[in-house]
Design a protein around this ligand. Sequence first.
Ligand SMILES: [Zn+2]
Length: 66
Amino acid sequence: MILEIRLGDVVKLRKPHPCGGYEWRVDRLGADIGMVCATCGRRVLLPRSEFEKRVKMFVKRGEPSL
Ligand SMILES: [Zn+2]
């Protein structure tokens, strides 16, 4: 499955962050995906392949980019 990842996407991961939060907002696209924990505000970078493995669902979609 190929995910179309957009800036501003809010995703729910399969496993919680140590803070207990499941939801993250995507703030950077590229070879690595940057995302911010919606619960504690921590920011992480994940390789795209790792991101795709961890995402369970989209909570909210960002605007499509051209
Ligand atoms: Zn967190």
